[in-house]
Design a protein around this ligand. Sequence first.
Ligand code: ADP
Length: 275
Amino acid sequence: MSLGRPAITRRAAGAAVASGRPEAIVRVHGLTKRYGSAAPALVDVSFSIDPGEFVAVLGPSGAGKTTLFRCLTGLTRPDAGSVSVRDQDIYRIGGRAQRAARHEIALIFQQFNLVRRLTAHRNVLAGRLATVSTWRVLVGRFAKSDRQRALACLDAVGLLDRAYARADELSGGQQQRVAIARALAQEATVILADEPVASLDPESASVVLEMLHAVARTGVAVVASLHQVHLATSYADRIIALRAGRVVEDAPADRVDAQALEQIYARDTPVGSPA
Ligand code: ADP
């Protein structure tokens, strides 16, 4: 599948580093978050993610996945710990540096978050907002190069023929592919996908996860929270499993004990119980 951008191999993505592993693009250190007096939603969570890695975050309901994503995107401020994107701590920088760091991150949500009455093409153009002047956005006049770029991104997700359909005329799977095209148009180096396939039928879910996998292969770090262990082990490179706010597993997908992970789901874990 063409993704409309040069095919960057993982090795090339980390070429700035003279040898060994590519330099991590996202670093999470000691993340801790408590809501009020309840048991903590996240406890001392640390990991880092390399360019080109597709990481699945797994965990039963209440494990802290949403809180983790909110902390990664800057929507929820952690009580302790840090989140760095390209060595910039997103909670310590401000102004232009903060905007630049946020621009590196594209978000994909369970409910697609498209503007339903706008065309797929206009939704993808929204990914160009950070690089387009405000007046162009207000009057909806994008440069030809941006419009062509948006079409190329739709082509990359196999939706060129639906470019001028309204978002609400598309199936759920197609809408999620438009959201991926928007992330490509943004030229994000990190994609955070919070339950991206939870609303999709199995076939559409597979297509979307295959696309996220292909996007990761272009050098983008992709982090997706998933509910089904078999989807995580089939498509992700690495699994981070949370339980009661703690990391209980962080391993390459082909080395995780899928049965043990299934048991984490099977157990009805009261939130805040010891991990
Ligand atoms: P998950 O996404 O894995 O289901 P969450 O991050 O939503 O987990 O929730 C982790 C814990 O934090 C749960 O106990 C949940 O009830 C609690 N929690 C999440 N958001 C809030 C909030 N805004 N206020 C209070 N408690 C919250």
